[in-house]
Write a protein that binds this ligand. Structure first.
Ligand SMILES: CC(=O)[C@@H](O)[C@H](O)COP(=O)(O)O
Ligand SMILES: NCC(=O)COP(=O)(O)O
Length: 243
């Protein structure tokens, strides 16, 4: 299991004043030095945070895993194929949304992904991941499509308002992870994770590989600094895993 830090919101802060700081590439360097295994970014169609030049600079600078999150548009496919990250995570993207609101609906996207999207990545060496809710039907279709990995959407678990709904979603995530693993795909997870909910996820959900965390980690770093914050995430991941 490894921590990948999403640096989108370093760019949000930079863009708020149109200055060149804080620099997401410098943030990525600090996170890797603190022990993160890699970096995640979401290049959105509206470029609200990460911009094209960040992506090219990240490609040059990041030493560990690079996870390129994107909508499956022709524009993004072209940039991703040029960058050749280790992992490409396809996510649904709504222009008006504040953040990604759910996983891909595989029934809706299957034909398009099968006929248009996946063929464009064939032979590139880029591993393909799909951002999904823990629905068995979606996971089965992702396997049929030939995905290498599934990133389980942990937002419902993270935002659960009461113990009952949190436990219910944890069971779905656990069963989802087991199914993904049975199919031989890598189990990744992310969205809305923080220092409070992460230990429970790790204790209950098996086979986790990449855990990607952005907004809460960057927010905590405003007070603690990135180095201390990344090290604290790594410490609690280690503790929860070994409990
Ligand atoms: C796929 C996912 O859960 C998040 O990485 C999300 O795509 C991040 O996007 P924002 O950073 O714009 O919220
Ligand atoms: N894929 C999830 C991610 O990169 C970070 O999501 P969040 O922690 O910003 O919600």
């Amino acid at each position: 299991m490894q921590l990948l830090v999403n640096i989108d919101h370093i760019a949000t802060l930079r863009n708020a004043r149109g200055e060149g700081y804080p620099d997401p590439v410098e943030a990525a360097e600090v996170c890797e030095k603190a022990g993160a295994a890699g970096i995640v970014f979401h290049l959105r169609g509206d470029r609200r945070h990460i911009r094209d030049e960040d992506v090219y600079r990240l490609k040059k600078s990041v030493k560990g895993a690079l996870d390129f999150e994107m909508a499956a548009t022709e524009e993004m496919i072209e940039i991703c194929n040029e960058i050749k990250p280790e992992l490409c995570t396809l996510v649904p993207e709504g222009r008006e949304e504040l953040t990604t609101e759910g996983g891909l609906d595989m029934k809706k996207v299957y034909d398009d992904f099968n006929n248009r999207v996946f063929p464009k990545f064939k032979g590139t060496g880029i591993k393909m991941s799909l951002f999904l809710d823990p629905n068995p039907e979606d996971i089965k279709l992702a396997h049929k499509l030939g995905a290498d990995a599934i990133e389980l959407h942990t937002g419902v678990f993270a935002n659960a308002q009461d113990e009952h709904s949190r436990k219910k979603e944890l069971i779905r995530l656990k069963e989802g992870a087991e199914l993904i693993h049975e199919f031989g795909m890598t189990v990744n997870a992310g969205h809305g994770l923080n220092l409070n909910n992460l230990p429970l996820l790790i204790e209950e959900v098996p086979h986790l590989h990449d855990i990607s965390i952005g907004h809460a980690l960057v927010s905590k770093a405003v007070f603690w600094g990135l180095d201390r914050t990344v090290k604290e995430y790594l410490r609690i991941m280690d503790q929860a895993y070994n409990e």
